[in-house]
Design a protein around this ligand. Structure first.
Ligand SMILES: NC(=O)c1ccc[n+]([C@@H]2O[C@H](COP(=O)([O-])OP(=O)(O)OC[C@H]3O[C@@H](n4cnc5c(N)ncnc54)[C@H](O)[C@@H]3O)[C@@H](O)[C@H]2O)c1
Length: 314
């Protein structure tokens, strides 16, 4: 197949591209390099150069997007986005323009060319998990930040294109994803940030009391979920999420990596946008896609730490 991956040199995108290439597809990547790097796909460019086409460009640039869709795509995986919650609070327009208007541009072209659209949303749209059974796709949502608000707005546009125009489209809400190639600054990469500080011998800083929990998904499990959703017709018109099925408090996560003496609590930068408990019930993904995570948190952390020790890419 001919496949488009927007945001394809970013953290999750580069794993999605890797997976698609291993499955033998021709992959086009559109990325403006605002947060991704082409070195993230260096090995793919070297080994499978004829199958990978990298285009540096912005999803908001209609000229580039129109031109790109001359390539008769079968599936579009739309991952390009502004991803930082704090940035979205500080500069909501940037997040809105990238995550809503940018998504609209790609969606329009998918409609025009009848390309299956896989939209990468996020678990940050959920209000919170209320019990130990975890969050289901039908749980209430709460746009606690402009990032979550923009993702929900874009989700609604994607669903409207499915209902109004019959576009084969799927909404994915992966839980917090971690693993090799994730950046170690900013937000969203709690595992990467903690490991970087651990390796540098610096204390691990926790926002607030550290009782907030996350369901941490290893990136190769996330990429497999994304790609399988792209291949399946059964998920069209569906919202579907993936996580490990276990949550861990940020304090316990830090304790998995270092001694108590190396942990420091600092005031939260955006307590009003914090989700107190995130725990995924992935039974829908299991039922429809036969997906389940392959990596435990301990295995994923070990793989991430080994990668960090072996690379200069962080
Ligand atoms: N990391 C997570 O824990 C997580 C969890 C759930 C969902 N997501 C979603 O998955 C997607 C990928 O996230 P990630 O963690 O890999 O982030 P990332 O920042 O590494 O990847 C996003 C990529 O999009 C590119 N990009 C941003 N704005 C663009 C624009 N206007 N035009 C073209 N390219 C643009 C960036 O350069 C980057 O390479 C995002 O949509 C994010 O919201 C991430």
């Amino acid at each position: 197949m001919n496949v488009l991956v927007t945001g394809g040199v970013g953290f999750i995108g580069r794993w999605v591209v890797d997976y698609l290439l291993r499955d033998g597809h021709n992959v086009w990547i559109l990325d403006d390099l605002s947060n991704g790097k082409t070195v993230n796909i260096q090995r793919m460019l070297r080994d499978k150069g004829k199958m990978v086409h990298f285009i540096k460009g912005d999803i908001k640039d209609l000229r580039i997007v129109h031109h790109l869709f001359a390539n008769s795509f079968d599936i579009c995986f739309h991952l390009a986005a502004s991803i930082n919650v704090q940035d979205s609070i500080d500069r909501p327009r940037v997040t809105f323009e990238n995550d809503v208007i940018g998504t609209f541009n790609i969606l329009e072209l998918c409609k025009k060319n009848q390309v299956k659209f896989v939209f990468m949303s996020t678990c940050m749209v959920y209000e919170q998990a209320w019990n130990e059974e975890g969050i289901r796709e039908t749980n209430p949502v709460k746009p606690a930040s402009p990032y979550a608000g923009s993702k929900l707005a874009a989700e609604n546009m994607v669903l409207s294109y499915h209902y109004a125009y019959g576009l084969p489209a799927t909404i994915l809400r992966p839980f917090n994803t971690y693993g090799p190639y994730q950046k170690t600054g900013g937000e969203g990469g709690v595992v990467a940030i903690f490991l970087k500080n651990k390796l540098a011998g610096r204390p691990l800083k926790i926002y607030g009391d550290g009782t907030q929990t996350r369901d941490l998904l290893y990136v190769e499990d996330c990429a497999r979920f994304v790609v399988e959703a792209g291949y399946s017709d059964k998920v069209n018109g569906e919202i579907i999420h993936a996580g490990s099925g276990k949550d861990i408090s940020i304090h316990d996560l830090a304790n998995l990596m270092v001694d108590e003496s190396q942990i420091k609590h600092v005031p939260h930068i955006h307590p009003q946008s914090e989700v107190p408990k995130l725990l995924c019930d992935y039974s829908k993904a299991k039922e429809i896609l036969n997906w389940k995570p392959n990596y435990t948190l301990e295995e994923g952390i070990t793989k991430t730490e080994e990668w960090m020790k072996s690379t200069t890419l962080m």
